[in-house]
Write a new protein. Sequence first.
Length: 267
Amino acid sequence: MTDARSVRIMGILNVTPDSFSDGGRFDSLEAARAQAEKLISDGADILDIGGESTRPYAEPVSSNEELSRVVPVIEAIRSVSSIPISIDTYKAEVARQALAAGADIINDVTALQGDPDMIDVVAGCGNDVIIMHMQGTPGSMQDNPRYDNVVAEVKAFLQERIAYMGAAGIDPARIIIDPGIGFGKTLSHNLQLLKNLDQLAESAHQILLGHSRKRFLGDITGLATEDRDGVSAVLSALCAATASIIRVHDVAATRHALQVVEALGQA
């Protein structure tokens, strides 16, 4: 278990034209740099830079296109800040060049299944890596996802991937697991995973929660995507005892929610 003081906030910076929430808002270097500065000012502990959308039914992009989007942004941030940077990619070459540009963490939504060379990149560096569960691909994951027991199946998948990485000599302490909220899951699946995060946390030292602005929050509340920061912060607070990293769009709202949790814990 963690507490609100030890939870790290990962600010999302999508430098894409088609991400589900903020696509096109930060796809210029100037806009991306300004947003990075805002996220840092708001209290982000980590920045997660993504150059390819993984929203439902998103179209993949080439490595060259992804690199042209993310590397200049990483270099620009690194020139003014030492904040840890995560590269959100499943492509080995993108990860390799992002690390060379100054990134610190690899965030692979395919859990090293999307590119056979990614295991070598991870094994060859000393950086932390985030592995996520996803049923299917972004192009198919929301086409009637099914599980017999979503918590047990997600846990088993993540444990298998940790074992695979361990066989390649990767220290389990470097591995952060992500249950993949919204990635091949229905509302019920997402709620079951969130309610049982403590069971998933048994698989690794750290767990990342990525729920910000996602559709299931709209299914519950009726709120539009851009209006879900408040409920995202509520969920961040509810999960602060288990999650090690909380990946969000609105860093300030999340920081305030965690401050309330911390105050209650100290009362």
